[in-house]
Design a protein. Structure first.
Length: 260
């Protein structure tokens, strides 16, 4: 087996029980599937067994890309792209109702998730995201209010995605063995009752307010909104800290900011 590249955050999934468990999260038969970072194809092999309509593999490592081309040469359902997922215009694909799997590199996994959260068209054409993260990051992504891990990433994620399923994966299931536990999370897109025009504005608001996490929000909030607009926010107490404010308040602040 080829040695993993540290620079690309490679940890290859090798446990067949886990690959089966991951592919069992959705009904793959006759569906369009995208897999990010297939590596040697351990998860891909399990996806193929479930008879999808098509598979797109996105692999940044050129040597792995060449191996995958040889391995799946005779499979007409599979298309393989040698590209960086952060640069790939996945939203432009002419696919509907597709599902995305990814054993994501730990060093860019939050960036990959945010890329999907920022799709311009919402609801998007994908129906499921089944992503693997480092457990510590996974807890920040799915954290509910109020909880110790609640913050910017969970506010952004919960605006656009519902969490259907999650489970932990031991380091023993990978080569090379990572020093951390992994967490698989199954997301589905949702419509939010708060209509934010541009999710970049929600990201900006949370960045500003969480920049001084231990301080009360009143000083930073006045940089964003006029005093008149601040008075329009329901259930807001200005002596609270950013982590003590529920997501709906952040959505209201963003809506008022967009009206400026």
């Amino acid at each position: 087996m080829k040695y993993a590249k540290k620079s690309l955050g490679q940890n290859f999934l090798t446990d067949k029980n886990i690959t089966r468990k991951i592919t069992d999260t959705i009904n793959i038969k006759n569906r369009n599937i995208i897999e990010i970072g297939p590596g040697h194809g351990a998860l891909t092999d399990e996806i193929i067994k479930k008879d999808p309509k098509s598979i797109i593999l996105i692999e940044k490592d050129i040597s792995l890309f060449e191996q995958l081309k040889i391995k799946y040469f005779n499979n007409k359902k599979i298309k393989i792209f040698n590209t960086d997922i952060l640069k790939y215009q996945i939203e432009d694909l002419k696919l509907n109702n597709y599902s995305i799997f990814g054993n994501l590199p730990y060093n860019i996994s939050s960036q990959i998730l945010v890329k999907f959260l920022k799709f311009k068209t919402w609801p998007p054409k994908f129906t499921d995201l089944i992503f693997m993260f480092q457990k510590e990051l996974g807890e920040k992504i799915i954290a509910k209010y109020p909880s110790p891990h609640y913050g910017r990433l969970s506010i952004l994620t919960s605006y656009r995605l519902s969490i259907l399923n999650k489970f932990l994966i031991s380091p023993n299931c990978f080569f090379p063995k990572p020093k951390v536990i992994s967490q698989l999370i199954h997301f589905q897109p949702k419509k939010n009752k708060f209509n934010i025009k541009n999710i970049n504005n929600l990201e900006k608001i949370t960045n500003i307010l969480f920049s001084n996490k231990r301080k009360m929000i009143n000083k930073n909030l006045i940089k964003i909104l006029s005093r008149e607009k601040i008075k329009m926010i329901h259930d807001l107490k200005l002596n609270l800290r950013p982590q003590d404010i529920e997501p709906s308040i952040y959505y209201q602040i963003t809506q008022l900011y967009e009206k400026n």
